[in-house]
Design a protein around this ligand. Structure first.
Ligand SMILES: NC(=O)c1ccc[n+]([C@@H]2O[C@H](COP(=O)([O-])OP(=O)(O)OC[C@H]3O[C@@H](n4cnc5c(N)ncnc54)[C@H](OP(=O)(O)O)[C@@H]3O)[C@@H](O)[C@H]2O)c1
Length: 287
């Protein structure tokens, strides 16, 4: 027996294995066994199949490409039965519905759904965030072990889909900001400005940008969109400048066009004198 078993040795799985084995005895299994090679000369056990990996430890972590891959692995004969009495931590990325389906398919297994807000090189740090949902009792049983991979555990409650919902909402924020950042890079490039000076400046002012996001979130929570410091019409004016500058400099305008389409819908909905957060009213309209 080992302390923990890990199924999946992609870049994230390998990082998890490295963080875990410094404190815990570890069994691993991966569809392509060769990926375990760098781990084996340091005391990690390679199981011959997924069932043997599940049988080897009281806590089982799964981190594969998606829930379909995980489902194929956990549906192998005997695996679901072997999971009873153990804690399964699903760390593959998916939707809230994926988590609910997975949990239902494994009915009776102590199941936690987790989302790592990190790249593989950030695993093992005390500040690395891990969103977790599911039974609190199951989390208590393996919390120190999970803290070895991500020290900043955010428990999102019992509903199993919560961690995936928080994860996708956070990723939406990140990739949305990144898309805007990349268009910002093109603006800098079109004017011969240094890209890394721009990215460093964004990093430095990110707390101020975070404050702005928090303020819009509070407004949506309160349903209060009036008396804006900066109205939708003012913000849409900046959107129009992105479009104009892209045309003037011959840049790809997909980001400005996407943003301006949202502003136009908001203005057409009569939100010109409301704050930016009022855009949520447009997004709430059924597609
Ligand atoms: N990398 C990141 O920055 C990051 C960050 C947060 C979360 N995640 C999540 O972590 C999970 C793993 O990501 P990753 O970066 O390690 O790489 P990945 O390419 O998403 O996943 C690779 C792993 O999935 C396995 N796999 C894929 N299809 C399979 C199938 N049909 N049956 C069995 N195993 C299968 C691979 O096995 P083989 O080796 O045999 O191909 C390998 O173990 C993903 O859900 C990802 O979204 C990743």
């Amino acid at each position: 027996m080992t302390d923990v078993s890990l199924i999946g040795l992609g870049p994230m799985g390998i990082a998890l294995a490295r963080a875990l084995r410094s404190k815990y005895t570890l069994t691993v299994w991966n569809r392509t066994a060769g990926r375990a090679e760098p781990l084996l000369n340091q005391g990690t056990v390679l199981a011959p199949n997924a069932l043997a990996a599940v049988q080897a430890s009281p806590v089982v972590l799964v981190c594969v490409a998606d829930y379909a891959a995980s489902r194929a692995i956990l549906a192998a004969p005997g695996v679901a039965d072997a999971l009873r009495g153990k804690v399964l931590v699903q760390l593959s990325t998916g939707t809230p519905q994926d988590a609910r389906d997975d949990w239902a398919a494994l009915g009776g297994v102590a199941y936690l759904d987790g989302a790592l807000l990190a790249t593989p090189s950030q695993i093992g740090r005390p500040d690395t965030p891990l969103f977790i949902s599911g039974e609190e009792r199951a989390l208590a049983a393996c919390r120190p072990l999970l803290e070895a991979v991500a020290g900043n555990i955010q428990y999102m409650g019992e509903p199993i889909g919560n961690a995936a919902a928080w994860d996708l909402a956070t990723l939406s924020c990140m990739f949305g900001a990144m898309s805007g950042f990349f268009h910002g890079v093109r603006i800098c490039e079109s004017e011969g400005l240094k890209v890394n000076a721009f990215s460093q400046m964004i990093g430095a002012i990110s707390p101020v940008l975070g404050e702005m996001i928090s303020a819009e979130g509070e407004a949506i929570h309160a349903g209060s969109y009036g008396e804006p410091e900066s109205s939708m019409a003012t913000c849409a004016g900046s959107g129009r400048l992105f479009v104009k500058q892209a045309r003037e400099a011959g840049l790809d305008a997909s980001f400005p066009d996407f943003l301006m389409a949202l502003f136009d819908r908001s203005l057409n909905a009569g939100l010109a004198n409301e704050r930016l957060a009022a855009m949520i009213k447009v997004l709430r309209q059924a597609a």
